[in-house]
Design a protein. Structure first.
Length: 236
């Protein structure tokens, strides 16, 4: 029953995929196996979003802070990213997924950049789901990027409104998230979509990301549907 579409589906769901390392540690496994299990959860979540008619899905896959992790783990993450881009892009295209990657791409090597660009091009015509993957992403960096862009564009201070600023963010052209999910029970945004999350509803399931499945996605949608969104307006 939980896997049926919620009565009111959010237009945009964003997910902080947290818990890969703890999942592996809890099973006495090396960290890379946790990240690989997390990649399987990505596949399940993309399929669930399509099934529930959610048109926009954003996944926080690799933060700007993740570069400070042990070198071996960073290497494993980037290797897994390249594998995912090679192995999954055909299936994403078949499912009608339009892929977009946001973040500081310059920090990746030329081979990874080429795979990202090829995957985006392969999935450019998708209409079933707009999938945004945040890689080497940090919201503070994004906000600074937008501010610098406004300065470079010679925008007068009085002309800089919310719309003009949002148009210079990495997420330009996509709606703000209605629902943000963070797995593992942690209750913070961790430098993710700080501007865009101004009126997002939050959902914090205790499940670690590799164990996140269709039933958890459906529970989050049901939780969202039961809420009254006020966007700062006082009622009563």
């Amino acid at each position: 029953m939980l896997d049926r579409p919620a009565p009111i589906a959010p237009r945009h769901v964003a997910i902080i995929m947290d818990g890969n390392r703890r999942w592996a540690e809890g099973r006495g496994l090396p960290t890379p196996l946790g990240h690989r299990a997390g990649a399987d959860a990505v596949r399940r979540t993309v399929e669930a979003a399509i099934r529930h008619g959610v048109p926009w899905l954003t996944l926080f896959a690799f933060s700007s802070e993740n570069w400070a992790r042990p070198k071996e783990e960073v290497t494993e993450l980037t290797t897994l990213l390249r594998h995912y881009l090679k192995a999954e892009v055909a299936e994403l295209a078949r499912q009608g997924v339009r892929l977009r990657v946001i973040g500081d791409r310059a920090r990746f090597g030329a081979d990874t950049l080429a795979l990202i660009e090829a995957a985006e091009a392969r999935c450019a015509q998708g209409t079933a789901l707009n999938l945004t993957v945040a890689l080497s992403y940090g919201a503070r960096d994004e906000i600074l990027h937008a501010a610098r862009a406004a300065i470079r564009d010679g925008l007068a201070p009085e002309a800089l409104d919310e719309a003009a600023f949002a148009a210079r963010l990495f997420t330009a052209g996509q709606p703000d998230p209605d629902l943000i999910i963070r797995t593992s029970g942690e209750r913070r945004l961790s430098n993710f979509l700080l501007w865009q999350a101004a009126y997002a509803e939050m959902h914090f399931p205790p499940v670690l990301w590799p164990d996140f499945g269709p039933e958890h996605f459906a529970e989050a949608l049901a939780d969202y549907a039961a809420r009254e969104r006020r966007f700062g307006a006082r009622v009563g």
